[in-house]
Design a protein around this ligand. Structure first.
Ligand SMILES: Cc1cc2nc3c(=O)[nH]c(=O)nc-3n(C[C@H](O)[C@H](O)[C@H](O)COP(=O)(O)OP(=O)(O)OC[C@H]3O[C@@H](n4cnc5c(N)ncnc54)[C@H](O)[C@@H]3O)c2cc1C
Length: 387
């Protein structure tokens, strides 16, 4: 076993860390959170420096980085702001993965170079208002047009991250209304957001404000058949395994936030005084710091293991879910302790700790709830299906 980053990985980590420290100081991260604005300037700089092509094949202008490289970059971005980490995970990581795995040559040639150049943004629409956990209850329907050249889409999606800032919605929908099994008859359509019949409404939320989320309505939206990604009616079986890598990247996001909270807490403890000494002298607060670091390191090992397995081309369903379950809880516990260490100031908006706490809270809910992650793990361990 080798627990060290390779020389190239360490260089990548230093480079991206320097980039975010120089380009996204905490004042800018706060501004992004306050305004909900997407940092297009930084996105374009990332494109110029080659970061956006990290996981993409060299054939389409990328640098063919591994999942370990992705985890390194996503974690450093999240240490500064989710405004970069979340789009990097969805627009770059997930889009590259599904288009590379399932796309036609024409789709790869159209989308992948655009991703690398920072020209397009994408979002992924699975959830509907009727339920995200029971996602197979989806009813958004795509009916073939009379001439078969396109699909007519009707329905709506809920809680879709960055839909309002995206050029394309990778939309999971029904292409058979009442199939014998709910997992059948689902397909993925790549829907341009500027087509007639699409309306997008942003919804206010507690954290991750710079990457808002949205409700999307499709009313008789005509989508060319060539925008079908993968096989018609096989979408569930083809897309689901590809989401495991997304879980690994979201684990890294949790760790990036937790690391920022840990660093801020350590700094604060060295500055704040009580009873005539800095509060880093109090043993109970030292124990909090020890707990925070132990949790972050444990999450890091699980996340690197999942990323390593994927890099080796091995199955990662169980390990990626374990990593995400752990890291989503770790970021909640670490940021909560961070607030405790900062006391009243931790509960103000003048310090970043409350932003970390708000940003981290969602990961026990999305992209998969802790409860559903545990269902999956328990079933994988041989337990009967509970639902
Ligand atoms: C910030 C944010 C961003 C999101 N971005 C996207 C996105 O980009 N694309 C997208 O498609 N979706 C997105 N989602 C939706 C997200 O995937 C869902 O919120 C999540 O899957 C949970 O679904 P739900 O909110 O409908 O809760 P529900 O499914 O209604 O669940 C409610 C509660 O019941 C529990 N529960 C449900 N079924 C079971 C069961 N069988 N066993 C035990 N407990 C159960 C859940 O764990 C939860 O605690 C986002 C959500 C948020 C909050």
């Amino acid at each position: 076993m080798d627990f060290d980053l390779s020389e190239e990985q360490a260089i990548l980590q230093n480079t991206i860390r320097r980039f975010v420290e120089e380009q996204c100081p905490r004042e800018y991260a706060r501004e992004l959170d306050n305004t909900g604005k997407f940092p297009e300037d930084l996105w374009q700089k990332m494109a110029k420096l080659g970061f956006l092509g990290l996981p993409v094949s060299a054939e389409y202008g990328g640098s063919e980085g591994t999942m370990i490289d992705m985890v390194i970059v996503v974690q450093e971005l999240a240490r500064a702001t989710l405004a970069l980490a979340v789009p990097f995970t969805n627009t770059i990581g997930l889009t590259n993965k599904v288009v590379s795995a399932l796309g036609t040559e024409a789709q790869k040639a159209k989308f992948l170079p655009e991703l690398v150049k920072g020209k397009i943004k994408t979002c992924f629409a699975w959830t509907e208002a009727s339920g995200g956990t029971d996602v197979l209850s989806m009813t958004t329907f795509a009916e073939p047009s009379d001439d078969g050249a396109s699909f007519i889409v009707n329905g709506s999606k809920m809680f879709i991250t960055q839909a309002h800032q995206s050029d394309y919605i990778f939309t999971m929908l029904r292409t058979i209304k009442n199939p014998p099994k709910k997992t059948q008859g689902i397909s993925c359509l790549i829907i341009p957001t500027d087509l007639p019949g699409i309306s997008i409404r942003t919804i206010e939320k507690v954290g991750q404000k710079s990457t808002g989320f949205c409700e999307i309505h499709f009313e008789d939206v005509e989508v060319p058949r060539e925008n079908l990604l993968g096989e018609e009616n096989k979408g569930w079986y083809q897309m689901l395994p590809l989401l495991n890598g997304e879980r690994t990247c979201f684990s890294a996001i949790c760790l990036g936030i937790a690391q920022a909270a840990f660093e801020d807490a350590v700094q604060y403890m060295g500055e704040r005084t009580a009873f005539g000494k800095t509060i880093n002298h109090f043993q109970i607060l030292q124990h909090y710091i020890a707990d925070m670091k132990t949790m972050i390191d444990a999450g890091q090992l699980l996340t690197y293991r999942a990323a390593w397995l994927e890099t080796m081309g091995r199955p990662i369903g169980f390990e990626a879910t374990e990593a995400f379950l752990a890291c989503s809880q770790i970021v909640n516990r670490v940021t909560d302790l961070g607030i405790q260490i900062l006391g009243g100031y931790g509960y103000t908006t003048e310090f970043d700790m409350e932003r970390y706490w708000r940003d981290g809270r969602v990961f026990r809910i999305s992209p998969i709830t802790n409860e559903m992650a545990k269902n999956f793990l328990a079933q994988s361990l041989g337990m009967p299906r509970s639902y």
